[in-house]
Design a protein around this ligand. Sequence first.
Ligand code: NAD
Ligand code: ZN
Length: 341
Amino acid sequence: MKALVKEKAGPGLTLMDVAKPEVGHNDVLIRIKKTAICGTDIHIWKWDEWAAKTVPVGMHVGHEYVGEIVAMGEEVRGFSLGDRVSGEGHVTCGYCRNCRAGRRHLCRNTFGIGVNRPGAFAEFLALPAVNAFKIADNISDDLAAIFDPYGNATHTALSFNLVGEDVLITGAGPIGIMAVAIAKHVGARHVVITDVNDYRLDLAKKMGATRAVNVASDSLTDVMKELGMVEGFDVGLEMSGVPTAFNTMLEVMNHGGKVALLGIPPGNTAIDWNNVIFKGLEIKGIYGREMFETWYKMVAMLQSGLNLSPILTHQFAIKDYVEGFKTMLSGQSGKVILNWP
Ligand code: NAD
Ligand code: ZN
């Protein structure tokens, strides 16, 4: 089968023939229809320090997808051939304390599809059936293909009660932009998002942001004054991984505010701890999605009117994957979909 492989240690990916995956007793085999490019795939494409020490050379990557079940191991229950599925990209151990307690998102032995084991940028993906998720008929293939990052946005945004709250989102990448729509959908009052990229800030406005602030040219505190926010934000969702954005967030939080951290900053990032301590902030780290509470909520929000379609900005055939990656690298895109024949 064809797959997008990290053929050699260095930038880029190669569309080439690899062996079709074997289907274990507990696996489903998914014929891939659509995939999407994640920020993680961009790290892998560029072959930065993280990618070089994490991703095995010779492996095919990718973890955002939708497809159809075409084969199943004999132990699999609850799925049928022909089911349209996406899947949870974190494959968990099943034996650690958190897994055994049903908190699989906190598994200490997680493997990532397309990061530590073969991925979804391929004609076929073999996946433990427990990780597969059936997609309802009224959800499009394009949206199903981005359930993984939509899940990051959902898990982060729903970490705290947003009803009637003023929310700051730092980072208008695809995940931050989806978090805007989610926060508005569940009843937040003001949702302010920051970035330094006007294309993405415009997308965030289309998704319902009260204000989209380019912090390279405009003042966040001025915007807060215009909105009559004298005390600060109630909830902060850090989705940039940029240390200055995180520090600004801590400064503009109200006392007793709640902050969820999805963006991945450099490990030694410093903050002013006085903001955390004297404001009594609550800070929560986020990794992945809750299995599978987040997934059920994603479906329910789409079925109750959440509109994510503005985030789907580009489509390419898989043979044109280089164009797809260049589009994502340019920063002038929302989600980029790669279609498999
Ligand atoms: P992205 O890189 O597309 O988005 C980050 C955005 O931050 C970009 O649009 C960038 O322009 C913006 N930015 C840069 N400087 C800024 C500043 N000073 N203030 C505000 N914004 C600024 O990433 P994404 O795919 O949307 O993911 C968001 C973050 O979440 C990334 O850091 C990613 O690594 C991380 N992530 C974490 C998990 C997890 O499980 N914890 C999962 C997926 C992604
Ligand atoms: Zn575990």
